[in-house]
Design a protein around this ligand. Structure first.
Ligand SMILES: CNc1ncnc2c1ncn2[C@@H]1O[C@H](/C=C/CNC(=O)c2cc(-c3ccc(F)cc3)cc(O)c2O)[C@@H](O)[C@H]1O
Ligand SMILES: [Mg+2]
Length: 215
């Protein structure tokens, strides 16, 4: 049977990127998705904004919701200092298997904890299972209608504390209206929109950065 798009993305990495060189993995995926087949990676343009937020926050613990092929996982992990790590949740076993290989090819497996499972099931266990106090940065890029419920769950579980930064992809396209309304109107968040474009296209999209101000 035909290969899947994630399998073709992995093949592009394995043929075009250099083992242990995260930037070459990023470049290989972006080239493949721009010139061969579009895929829902955050991409190079929004990816540069993600990079700048990671550098600004210099997080010790990062949570990523929705690994897909691991493109943004690699973007984040390559910027983390020794001792820092990104926990990334992915509930599709086929995507998780591809992402593990992309992360391994980039040489960043020591900075990544890929958890195969649903955000709703795993968030309540983060403290107990991973010894996480609170996340310094959360990157939301999973099902768009899950952004708000998972943010509320993170709050309830005490995983969002004063200074925690939420960075959400696709707030315009496909759009996350209920999440945007929440973070922009809540007195507990200071929110700002980074205007950009939908990955590999000219359509508008952007990232919303929301800093938790405490209760
Ligand atoms: C609900 N809890 C969950 N827990 C763990 N993993 C979850 C998950 N929900 C989804 N996932 C996983 O995240 C990924 C899903 C991402 C959903 N993203 C999108 O739909 C998306 C879609 C577009 C898009 C934009 C325009 C268009 F015409 C078509 C698509 C662009 C993006 O950047 C996107 O992120 C998959 O790997 C899925 O298995
Ligand atoms: Mg996205």
């Amino acid at each position: 049977t035909r290969t899947s798009r994630p399998q073709r993305i992995l093949k592009a990495v394995q043929t075009k990127a250099t083992v242990g060189d995260p930037q070459s993995v990023i470049t290989a995926i972006d080239h493949f998705c721009r010139h061969r087949e579009w895929a829902m990676n955050v991409g190079d343009e929004k990816g540069s904004i993600l990079d700048s937020v990671v550098n600004e926050v210099s997080p010790v613990t990062v949570l990523e919701l929705g690994t897909y092929c691991g493109y943004s996982t690699v973007r984040i992990a390559r910027l983390l200092p020794p001792g820092a790590c990104v926990i990334t949740l992915e509930f599709n076993p086929d995507y998780a298997a591809i992402a593990r290989q992309v992360i391994k090819w980039s040489g960043l497996e020591d900075k990544v904890q890929l958890v195969e499972g649903a955000s709703g099931d795993w968030i309540p266990w983060m403290k107990e299972h991973f010894g996480v106090q609170a996340f310094d940065l959360v990157f939301l890029d999973h099902w768009k209608e899950r952004y708000l419920p998972d943010t509320k769950l993170l709050e309830e579980c005490g995983l969002i504390q004063k200074g925690t930064v939420l960075l959400a992809d696709n707030v315009i396209c496909p759009g996350t209206p209920d999440y945007l309304e929440y973070v922009r109107n809540s007195p507990h968040y200071n929110s700002q929109y980074y205007r950009s474009h939908l990955e590999y296209t000219k359509a508008e999209d952007g990232l919303e950065k929301s800093v938790f101000l405490g209760y």
